[in-house]
Design a protein around this ligand. Sequence first.
Ligand code: NAP
Length: 289
Amino acid sequence: MTSSAPLKINGTTEIAGVVGRPIAHSLSPRLHNAWIRALGLNAVYLPFSPTETGFQRLVQGFRGGVIRGLNVTLPFKAEALALADTADTAAQEAGAANLLLFLSDGAIEARNTDGLGLLYAFAQQAPTWRPDQGPITILGAGGAARGALATLKRAGARDIRILNRTRARAESLCRALGGTAFDLTEAGRALDGATTLINATSGQLQAEFADKDTLPLPAQAPPGAVAMDMVYAPLNTPFLQAAAAAGFATVDGLDMLIGQARPSFAALFGQPPPELDARSLCLAPEDGS
Ligand code: NAP
């Protein structure tokens, strides 16, 4: 069966999905349903977008074998962890879950596969990069930065700097997980000698990054330096454009999305996804199927 074959829907169809607000932009249904079709599974992967206060009711309503599981995206990742009965180390360290598994006894297990996605993105687009190759500067101190810090420390990174608009948030993150906190007035020190830059700030910042004067980037990349942006819409963000101009190799956020989806699919459906060209699937124009 191919990724364009129709989904089977009948009385024994297994259900999984993704929950977020907004959700219409999410590429997860496209990706997971293509994998489902290619494997010929009797399953479907749906988008859910409850009101801001409706997430808890949605999750509690799915307890007891109604649904296999849910990927979770903004703004519900921390709440997802809080609602779960058990959590893996990655979710505990990140303080957030991007995957909830609904077990047949009614329990909910939280996992976080975003860190695996981050490492997958580097492996795909910068295969010679190593977490311990030099200082790492993460821009941002929200949930994604927290997960990245935990993942990179576990992968062997030794010098991680958190550069954030709000210093208190960077300090709180570094107190909890290690690393050195900086605010934007200290960007020069935070970036000095960094051979890995990761933009983990949210989308609004992209417009500000288009102004090269306020962009916190070194003028010249050290040898072997790599810049990664977690944002994938647009794919070639102003941050990545400026980093490339300064001589950084670049890694975009789309492979992080694919790299978190792969272990999510395996956990939801009990088998790894098929080897389709996931990037092309995500980048293809919407065909309404
Ligand atoms: P979050 O918890 O809301 O954190 C947002 C961060 O961005 C904070 O550090 C915030 O600084 C900073 N920020 C926002 N606007 C800013 C501005 N105008 N100037 C300076 N700093 C600003 O969000 P998150 O969950 O960590 O997600 C961060 C990004 O990663 C999002 O764009 C998300 O879509 C992306 N992401 C991508 C993937 C993927 O698979 N590719 C996975 C996870 C997340 P303050 O602390 O000062 O407010």
